[in-house]
Ligand binder design. Structure first.
Ligand code: NHX
Ligand code: ZN
Length: 665
C-alpha cells in the first residue's frame, strides 16, 4: 500500500575513479613477459638424455655438482661439474654453457634416496615437484592478479585523496571541500532555502555570532561552538549550513562523517585534526560535518567488531571541540537524522549543545519549494501549484525537486510543448510507486484476486472514520506491486490509537478480501503484513497502547542489537502484537462480509477499468459522513466559524469542492 509518506532518498553513489585502460594493458603485457622469462630461466641450457646406469656411474665417479630429482616427472638429472664436462659430453666447456645436465627417467620402483646414500654422494640434492600445467600457469598468473588488484586499490585511493599527485601520501590530510568567501563564498543565502522558517530563525543567531562576535563576548557571554542540524534526509540541512556561511560571508569547510571512517588506523583522527587546523587558519569560518552519526554513534555498544578506529576519530573530534577557545571564530555545524543514537558526549554543553530541527515541509512550505524548482521549467499556463503541494504530503525538498525533474522528462517524452498538471501527477505516482509495467501478463483469475484484494482495501478504508482518505485504486503493475490503493495521508500532528487501529484494519482489508472471496490467501499481502506488523509493534512496544503493557516505551536507544526488556516482556509484546493484528483482521473481514455486494461491485469495476477513483467508490457507498482534517481546518478558520450560528450550506459546499479537487488525479 504505497503512501506518499517516505519516498526513499536517492543514495548518492560514490564516484568510481576513471580508470585508464592503457595501464591495465601495460600491466598484463609486463606480466606475460615475466612469465615467458620465468619459463626460459627454468629450462637448463644444455641437457643430454642418458641411461640410468650412466647416471649411477657419474654419481659414483663424483661428476655431479648437483642431483635434481623430479618425482612427479620421474626423472633424475645431474648438473655436471665444470671439471668433468669433457668426460661426459666430449665437448669443450664453452659449447655446453655454464651448467649442462644429463638426465634419465628412473624406474619408479627404484628408491633414489637410498641409492644416493649408498653411493656416498655428499653433494647437493634438489627434490623438484613439477606441478601440473594449470598449477604452473596459476602460480605465474596469481602474482600478476595480486599486482593488478593492488593497482586498482591504489588508483581508487589516489582518486579519493585530495586530488592531483597527493594520493596515498595524503591519506591523513582532510578531504574537506572548502568554499571560501574570496571565491564568491558559498553563494547561498537564506533566500535560497525555501520554507524552514523556524530553522532559519535559529540559524540566524549563528550568522550573527560569526559576524559580530564582540557584541556577545563583550558582555562576558560565550559563543557556542557547535549546533546540530537534525532532520530526515533531503530536508536541506546541507543547504542551510551553506546558507549560514553565505550569509556570514565566511569560508565553509564541509566533510561527510563517512569520510572520517577509513580502513587505515589513525586516518580518521588525523583528518579531523587537519580539518580543524585549516578552519582555524581561516577563522572566522564554518565547519560542516554531514552524517555525523557515521562517527558519532554511541561508543561502547556491542557492535560487531572493529569500531576502535571510529572511536579514535570521535575522541579526536571531541578533543578538537574542547581544544579551541570559545572565541576562535570557528563554529561547527553537523547534520544527522538520528540524534538518539549519537554519543551523549557530543551533545554535552560546550559541544553540540544546541539542536536545530529541520522538518519535512508542510503544505505552505511545499508550495514555496515547488516555486523554487518550477522556475527552470516551461510550464503549462495556469498550473495549480497548491494542488501539487497537496498531492505530496511527506515529501522532502529533494523529493519535490525530483518530482519536478521527472515531470519535465515525462512531458518531453510525450513531445509536449510544456509541462502540465498530468505530467506532475504521473511523476508523483512514479516516485511513490515506481515504474508502470503495463506488459506484465496476468491470467483472468490472478487479475480477479488482485482486484478483490485492492477492492478490499478500498471498502474497509472507505467505511472506517479514521482511515486515510482514498484517492484511487489500481490493478496496473507498478514497481514491486501488482496493484495498489492510493491514499492521501492527512498531515496530523498527533495520531490517536483509534486512527492507528483503523489504518491497520484497512491495510489488512486486502488479505481479508482474498480469504473471504476466494478461500485462498496469497503471498501478495507481504508488504501489507510488513506494514501492519511494524505499526502494531510500535503501538505496543513504544507507545504503551495495549492493556497488557500500558504506558511503557521500550525504545531502543543505545544498544542496537539488544532488546531493552526482559524475555517475559518480549513474549508479552509478541502475543499482544499478534492479538492486535488478529482483532483488526477479524474486524476487516466483518466489514467486508457486511458489505459483500458493494465490495464485489468495486472489484468488478476495477477488473474492467484497471483504475477506479474515489468518485467511483462514492457512487457505490455514498459519501463518507466524516470531515477530513483539511475540511476541519478550513471550517475552523473561516470567518463564519467564529459565530455559533453557522449555516450548514457553506460547510457542505466546502466539503464538495475540496473532495473533488483532492481526488482529481
Ligand atoms: C511478486 N509482488 O513479487 C509480486 C510481483 C496482493 C495484488 N511476487 O498489497 O503486489 O506480490 O494492496 C518475494 C516473494 C513483494 C518477493 C513474495 C515481493 C511478494 C501490493 C508482494 C498486491 N496492494 N504484493 C498490495 C503486491 C507481490 C511481494 C515479494 C513477494 C497484490 C500487493 C507483492
Ligand atoms: Zn494490499
Amino acid at each position: 500500500m504505497p503512501q506518499p509518506a517516505a519516498p526513499n532518498p536517492q543514495q548518492q553513489q560514490p564516484k568510481m575513479p576513471r580508470f585508464n585502460l592503457n595501464w591495465l594493458y601495460l600491466v598484463i603485457i609486463a606480466g606475460l613477459a615475466v612469465m615467458f622469462f620465468q619459463n626460459s630461466w627454468g629450462e637448463s641450457n644444455f641437457d643430454k638424455e642418458v641411461s640410468y646406469s650412466d647416471i649411477k656411474t657419474y654419481i659414483t665417479q663424483g661428476y655431479a655438482k648437483e642431483v635434481v630429482v623430479d618425482k612427479a616427472k620421474g626423472t633424475i638429472s645431474l648438473v655436471i661439474d665444470k671439471a668433468h664436462i669433457r668426460d661426459v659430453f666430449h665437448v669443450s666447456t664453452d659449447q655446453v654453457g655454464a651448467s649442462p645436465t644429463v638426465s634419465t627417467r628412473y624406474p619408479s620402483t627404484d628408491k633414489v634416496e637410498e641409492y644416493l646414500t649408498q653411493a656416498e654422494y655428499t653433494g647437493k640434492v634438489t627434490y623438484k615437484e613439477t606441478r601440473s600445467v594449470l598449477l604452473n600457469l596459476l602460480s605465474s598468473v596469481l602474482p600478476i592478479l595480486i599486482f593488478v588488484g593492488l593497482w586498482f586499490f591504489l588508483m581508487r585511493y589516489m582518486s579519493k585523496g585530495s586530488g592531483g599527485m597527493g594520493g596515498i601520501f595524503n591519506v591523513g590530510k582532510s578531504k574537506a571541500q572548502v568554499i571560501e568567501k574570496g571565491e564568491g563564498g558559498t553563494g547561498v543565502t537564506f533566500k535560497d532555502v525555501a520554507g524552514q522558517e523556524s530553522a532559519k530563525q535559529e540559524v540566524q543567531e549563528i550568522v550573527d555570532f560569526l559576524k559580530n562576535p564582540a557584541k556577545y563576548t563583550n558582555l562576558g557571554g560565550k559563543i557556542p561552538k557547535g549546533a546540530l542540524l537534525v532532520g530526515p534526509p533531503g530536508t536541506g540541512k546541507t543547504l542551510l549550513a551553506k546558507a549560514v556561511a553565505g550569509e556570514a560571508e565566511v569560508p565553509f569547510f564541509s566533510m561527510s562523517g563517512s569520510d572520517f571512517v577509513e580502513m587505515f588506523v589513525g586516518v580518521g583522527a588525523s583528518r579531523v585534526r587537519d580539518l580543524f587546523r585549516q578552519a582555524k587558519e581561516k577563522a572566522p569560518s564554518i565547519v560542516f560535518i554531514d552524517e555525523i552519526d557515521a562517527v558519532g554513534r554511541a561508543r561502547g555498544t556491542r557492535n560487531f567488531g572493529g569500531n576502535d578506529e571510529r572511536e579514535n576519530t570521535l575522541n579526536q573530534l571531541l578533543t578538537e571541540m574542547d581544544g579551541f577557545g570559545t572565541n576562535s571564530g570557528v563554529i561547527i555545524l553537523a547534520a544527522t537524522n538520528r540524534v538518539d543514537i549519537l554519543d551523549k558526549a557530543l551533545l554535552r554543553a560546550g559541544r553540540f549543545d544546541r539542536q536545530i530541527h529541520v522538518e519535512l515541509p508542510d503544505l505552505p512550505e511545499r508550495i514555496a519549494i515547488f516555486g523554487v524548482h518550477l522556475k527552470p521549467l516551461r510550464l503549462e499556463p495556469g498550473l495549480d501549484v497548491e494542488l501539487l503541494a497537496r498531492q505530496t504530503p511527506g515529501f522532502s525538498g529533494a523529493d519535490i525537486a525530483n518530482v519536478c525533474n521527472e515531470a519535465a522528462l515525462i512531458a518531453a517524452r510525450h513531445g509536449s510543448e510544456s509541462v502540465g498538471k498530468q505530467d506532475f501527477l504521473d511523476a508523483v505516482d512514479r516516485i511513490i510507486g515506481g515504474l508502470e509495467k503495463k506488459t506484465k501478463i496476468m491470467t483472468q483469475s490472478e487479475k480477479r484476486s488482485i482486484a478483490l484484494h485492492e477492492a478490499g482495501h478500498a471498502t474497509v478504508s472507505w467505511l472506517l472514520e479514521h482511515a486515510n482518505p482514498l484517492v484511487k485504486v489500481t490493478i496496473v503493475p507498478r514497481g514491486q506491486a501488482l496493484g495498489a490503493a492510493w491514499y492521501l495521508p492527512e498531515e496530523r500532528n498527533i495520531t490517536t490509537k483509534e486512527q492507528m487501529l483503523d489504518e491497520i484494519c484497512a491495510t489488512l482489508g486486502g488479505r481479508a478480501a482474498e480469504e473471504l472471496c476466494t478461500g485462498h490467501i496469497s503471498s501478495g499481502a507481504l508488504n501489507d503484513l510488513e506494514t501492519v506488523t511494524k505499526r502494531a509493534y510500535g503501538m505496543i512496544a513504544y507507545l504503551g497502547m495495549s492493556d497488557a503493557l500500558p504506558n511503557v516505551c521500550y525504545y531502543n536507544t543505545e544498544e542496537q542489537f539488544h532488546k531493552p526488556y526482559s524475555e517475559h516482556t518480549a513474549q508479552l509484546i509478541d502475543t499482544e502484537v499478534q492479538r492486535l493484528i488478529a482483532e483488526q483482521y477479524a474486524r476487516a473481514k466483518r466489514i467486508l462480509s457486511e458489505h459483500a455486494m458493494q465490495h464485489d461491485a468495486l472489484a468488478q469495476l476495477l477488473c474492467s477499468q484497471e483504475v477506479i477513483y474515489a468518485e467511483d467508490v462514492e457512487k457505490i457507498f455514498g459519501p463518507r459522513p466524516w470531515k477530513s482534517r483539511a475540511e476541519v481546518i478550513i471550517a475552523e478558520n473561516s470567518p463564519a466559524a467564529e459565530e455559533p450560528a453557522t449555516t450548514t450550506t457553506t460547510d457542505a459546499e466546502t466539503i464538495t469542492t475540496t473532495t473533488t479537487e483532492s481526488t482529481a488525479s
